[in-house]
Design a protein around this ligand. Sequence first.
Ligand SMILES: [Zn+2]
Ligand SMILES: [Zn+2]
Length: 245
Amino acid sequence: MSGGRGRGPVLDGDHHVHSTFSDDAVSSPQENLDAAVRAGLATIRMVDHVRTTTTYVPDFLAVVRALPAHDGLTVLTGVEAKILDAAGAIDAPPEVLAAVGTPAGVDRVLLADHQFPGPDGPWSPRVTTERIAAGLAPGDAVEMLVLATIRAMRSVARAQVAHPFSLLPKIGLTEDDVSDELLDALGAAAIETGTTVEVNEKWTCPGERVRGRWAAAGVELVAASDAHHESDVGAYPWLRSVGRS
Ligand SMILES: [Zn+2]
Ligand SMILES: [Zn+2]
């Protein structure tokens, strides 16, 4: 499932695959499963978007659990939810969060930086960019994002960081604005909490410096296509081009 210490993610797993339970994806869980078998994957994590008001998770779990078994392919589950605020609140139904890692629940919660986790709730990229232009220091913004992610990790039994730092280019920043100290804090918290961290094909992140630092620290990096169509399951043109670490 994962690379060893100091390595990037192994590419025979896909830890972030969306189905028609997400309103922006087009393939069924069965179609994604078939794609994983064709791609020769050892692991597929089926994941769909949730908000606090989402009600489909029991149906989603029933459908995924009813899929036919294939030798050599492990099917895992998850929900993807944004981090809402600087305190690390997660935009998922409380009962879904409470059941994570139990037999009745999803296996992991994917923590996403779809919006900036501000002190008073989610800020859109536009609002965040305006606040930075108005004087919010980039370093302070990045620290708020990283600390919110760590708090969210600590608040659920099993987490996975989705597309780390995909938000930064949308708010005029880059991974160069993230200090080594903050990278190490996030990495240490991931290890301590058993949180996996994605290398995400769709968003082509995180970059080489971040991947290398986390891999060297022993963070469990996992490959993630973020597929919204079966044809993207386990397909890693960017990940293969950047190598395994
Ligand atoms: Zn996402
Ligand atoms: Zn996603």
